[in-house]
Structure formats: C-alpha cells, structure tokens
Design a protein around this ligand. Structure first.
Ligand SMILES: [Zn+2]
Length: 291
C-alpha cells in the first residue's frame, strides 16, 4: 500500500514538473516573439520614415528655390546676394538689443571669450542629464518639452551648450575617424567641417542651440523630420521662441547640412516672424538690416 502511495506521489511530482517546464517554455517563446515583433516594427517604421523623407526632399527643394527666387532674381543670384549681405552686415547684430539674434555660422565666429550665463536644461526623462543652456531660454525650453509630452510625444535633449574644448574634441574625433576610413590627413579637416562645426563656429557654443530627438527614432538623420515629435516641434517651437535653424534646402545659406533636430532660441518675437516668413536666421538678419 505504501509503495503504491509513493509511486502515486512520484507520478504527480513528475507531472507537475513537466507542466511547470512547459509553462516556462511557453512564456519564453511568447516573450521572444513579442520582442521580435517589437524590433521588426521599429525597423519597418524607420524604413518608412526614410522613404518618406527621400520623396519629400526633392519637393521641398523646389519650393525653396521658388522662395529664393521671390526674394530676388534667380535662385543662384539670390543665394549669392544673401551670402554677400550676411558677410557685409555681420557686425550689426552685435547690438545689445539683438543679442538673441547673434549669428554664429561658418563665416561668423563666436566672439572670443564668449561665456553665456548657463542654467540646467532638463527634460522629465533626463533629470540628471548634465545639459546646460543660456539661462534666458531654459524656462521656455522646459515649457516646450512639457507641452510636447502632453501630446503623448517623446522629445529628448541629445546636445545643448558646448564649450570650445568640447567642440574641439568633437572636431578632432571626426578627423580621426575620417583618417581611419582612408581620407588623407590633408583633406580630413575640410571634410570634417561639413558635418562637425569648426570650433568657434558652432551655435552650440552660444548656449542658445539644442538638439532634440524623438525617443522612438534616436537617429540623427533626415528621417528624424517625419517623427511625430519633430512634426510637433517644427510647427510649434516658434511659440516658445525657438526656430528650426537649418531647414531643408538651405545649406548654401547656413553652411550647415539639413538638421531636422537643431533648434535655436531667438526669443518669441523674432521666432514668430522668422517662422511666418519661412526663412533662415541669415535671411532674416539681412531683411532686418534693410537690404
Ligand atoms: Zn545641433
């Protein structure tokens, strides 16, 4: 009788263990499948964004040309005129009242020893990010990020104020990577300057520029434009005093590639005008200077 009971118990124990094992394997398979589906949806979404971006770039370029032509002569002439004016009038924006409009680009260096008054630039997800910006814009930056999040979107800061030394390090690293890729040491600095601003010419050193990305698409490429976060920021940032600084098709005016993540604070008043006119900071300064 006892032996029978023992066999019975062993049988139950074995069956229970087998059932438990089957359950664990089942959970493992489900988790694996869910993760695979999640990864695949991210790749598909990323590819779709990139395709959309490519198809829209040509259209935007055409619109841009038309706008430049409307500003004066053919697109090519207008560009040359605007560039010449930018160089000629570069000094004017140093006027104290126009400090928020200070132009920093490949042709206008940051004033030597420029040191903005800094304050922490944070977002809910990044309370200890260590990012800093000019104290004149952090309140509005935080308001903008909060309001964007209220829409269910996920903006985050990936770059803000940079010191001269930090910009130099980014630039040197880029040169190093180019040389590793086989570019000659003579050509590397010029090539590096097309994607990483030469120290002294980066708006990030002003403390008024911030790079913002969508958490769901953390890549610094043109497709960033088609994320919900960037759609919202591009439409609304002017309300908080920020402009999209390097719009599509403006590289020959700004000297910087299209960056659908780089926002520049100029104050609400100027941001609204620049947004309404749909022009760059360079073009606005020229119009302002009466030419
Ligand atoms: Zn930037």
């Amino acid at each position: 009788m006892k032996t029978k009971q023992k066999t019975h118990n062993t049988l139950w124990l074995t069956l229970s263990l087998v059932a438990l094992l089957a359950l664990l394997i089942g959970i493992g398979i489900q988790a694996g499948l869910a993760f695979w589906r999640y990864q695949r949806s991210r790749v598909v979404a990323g590819a779709a964004l990139e395709a959309l971006s490519a198809s829209c770039t040509a259209q935007l370029q055409e619109k841009r040309e038309a706008r430049l032509a409307a500003l004066g002569g053919s697109g090519e002439e207008a560009r040359e005129r605007l560039m010449a004016l930018a160089a000629e009038k570069g000094e004017k924006q140093r006027d104290k009242h126009l400090e928020l409009l200070m132009l920093v680009n490949p042709w206008h260096l940051l004033p030597e020893g420029y040191e903005p008054q800094l304050a922490p630039a944070v977002s809910t997800y990044q309370s200890n990010s260590g990012f800093q910006m000019d104290a004149r814009c952090t309140e509005e930056l935080h308001q903008m990020l909060d309001d964007c999040r209220m829409q269910g979107l996920q903006p985050y800061i990936c770059s803000a104020y940079r010191t001269q030394d930090y910009q130099q390090m980014l630039f040197d690293n880029k040169i190093g990577r180019l040389i590793d890729e086989g570019v000659s040491p003579e050509d590397a600095p010029e090539l590096a300057a097309t994607t990483v601003a030469l120290p002294g010419t980066s708006e990030h050193q002003l403390g008024l520029a911030v790079d913002l990305m969508d958490e769901g698409y953390p890549y610094l490429n043109e497709a960033q434009e088609w994320t919900e976060t960037q759609r919202w920021l591009m439409t609304n940032s002017w309300r908080y005093g920020f402009i999209l600084r390097y719009p599509n098709g403006t590289s020959d005016i700004t000297g910087i590639i299209y960056e659908p993540w780089h926002y520049r604070y100029v104050g609400k008043e100027y941001a609204k005008i620049i947004y309404d006119l749909d022009i760059t900071l360079e073009e606005y300064l020229q119009l302002r200077n009466g030419r």
